[in-house]
Design a protein around this ligand. Structure first.
Ligand code: MG
Length: 162
């Protein structure tokens, strides 16, 4: 038995804010603003899990109106979602994600992002794909006004008694 989920996210970029993607701090002239640490990639993966389990969305679990999630590390959101995967008797089979950012190039950071996500999902890094795109100079990403992420996750039922 499988369940598939999709998640996406977008955060506005401004000067003077850190840029964190997939749990990696990326040197950049603009960072993302949000209630938490604004990690669009981890938010997209987390939302993909809620989607696969049909358990609402990231906003319904971690309201941006709640003070306790202010500046929260997004890895905490993903860890919570992974707890729900286990609670429902599933395990992550694989993840595929796309991060869209105009500058800087993300390639040097991709493997660290994969490693971070794999570790939280408790799966091998070979099951986690993160791809980087630019906005080709068009739309909010292309104008370097936003960072965007999209992710799909496949969950696999864990058989009782092995
Ligand atoms: Mg977000």
């Amino acid at each position: 038995m499988y369940k598939i989920g999709f998640g996406n996210d977008i955060h506005r970029l401004v000067t003077g804010k850190p840029l964190i993607l997939g749990g990696v701090s990326i040197p950049a002239d603009k960072g993302a603003i949000g209630h938490s640490d604004a990690d669009a990639l981890l938010h997209a993966v987390t939302d993909a899990i809620f989607g696969a389990l049909a358990l609402g969305d990231i906003g319904s679990h971690f309201s941006d109106l709640e003070e306790r999630w202010k500046n929260a590390e997004s890895s905490a959101f993903l860890r919570y979602a992974v707890g729900l995967i286990k609670e429902k008797g599933y395990a992550a089979a694989n993840v595929d994600a796309v991060v869209s950012l105009e500058i800087p190039k993300l390639r040097p950071h991709i493997d660290k992002m994969r490693e971070n996500i794999a570790q939280i999902l408790e799966i091998d890094i070979s099951r986690v794909s993160v791809k980087a795109k630019t906005g080709e100079g068009v739309d909010a990403v292309g104008r370097h006004e936003a960072v965007k992420a999209e992710a799909v996750i496949l969950l696999e039922k864990v058989e009782a008694n092995g």
